[in-house]
Design a protein around this ligand. Structure first.
Ligand SMILES: Cc1cc2nc3c(=O)[nH]c(=O)nc-3n(C[C@H](O)[C@H](O)[C@H](O)COP(=O)(O)OP(=O)(O)OC[C@H]3O[C@@H](n4cnc5c(N)ncnc54)[C@H](O)[C@@H]3O)c2cc1C
Length: 195
């Protein structure tokens, strides 16, 4: 079964997860916050600039009981995103408090290194808190505590590494960009697209 790691549990990461699950992949989402929602975890009092019918999941209309305004607030959107994650049973695939720090490509696989926060505050409305953060979660998972990873990268005791066939970076517009150590320039070894 192909394995896919998705970084980010905002709108984009959750939809990608649903799509890959439908394809039969084993999916793990790494999210640094304590719940799904991305920007809408913080911008609760702001509204989107488009009417609600233009800002929705294609396969999940907003349930009437959530009563979104014509231009939904972040608070309404967050409830809607959490409902989407529950409906598609995505929480079981998410490792929260996991900040990805480094990506590496080795022997045709993605290696994704992440730090795990062990504080247990909050947990949000959706189920981010409570579950054991890493134990038994995700295929291809290795925990730190040993001096270095198999490919020689140093790992601290807080670091973990997950290996996957496919990688999706869904970290949004509001994060500092990070370029992995691969050649993705046109003509480079991993460039196989006209896009
Ligand atoms: C006030 C406001 C109004 C907006 N209005 C509109 C609108 O009208 N129409 C529209 O199309 N868009 C609008 N947007 C843009 C909005 O950002 C997108 O619509 C959408 O929510 C982005 O989703 P995303 O999943 O791509 O990114 P995000 O919601 O940013 O999610 C990215 C996720 O990745 C996680 N992450 C980042 N780095 C790491 C890391 N290293 N390790 C682990 N996790 C990480 C973050 O914690 C976050 O949860 C608006 C944004 C704001 C703030």
């Amino acid at each position: 079964m192909p394995t896919t790691v998705i970084i980010g549990a905002g709108i984009s990461g959750l939809q990608c997860a649903s799509a890959f699950l439908r394809l039969g992949h084993t999916v793990t989402i790494l999210e640094r916050e304590e719940d799904v929602g991305g920007v809408w975890l913080r911008y609760t009092a702001f509204n989107v600039q488009v009417p609600r019918e233009f800002f929705r999941f294609p396969d999940f209309a907003c349930p009437p009981e959530l009563e979104p305004e014509e231009y939904p607030t972040g608070r309404s959107l967050l409830r809607y995103i959490i409902a989407y994650a529950h409906k598609n049973q995505l929480y079981r695939h998410i490792i929260f408090r996991a900040t990805v720090t480094r990506l590496h490509r080795l022997s045709g696989q993605w290696q994704c290194f992440f730090d795990l926060r062990t504080d247990r505050g909050g947990g949000g409305g959706g189920g981010g808190g409570g579950a054991p953060p890493v134990a038994g979660r995700g295929a291809g998972l290795a925990s730190g505590g040993f001096g270095s990873s198999a490919d020689g990268f140093a790992m601290t005791p807080q670091q973990h590494r997950i290996t996957a066939d496919y990688l999706v970076v869904a970290t949004g517009l509001h994060s500092a960009p990070y370029m992995p150590l691969i050649d993705v320039r046109p003509g480079g070894r991993f460039w196989d697209s006209d896009t």
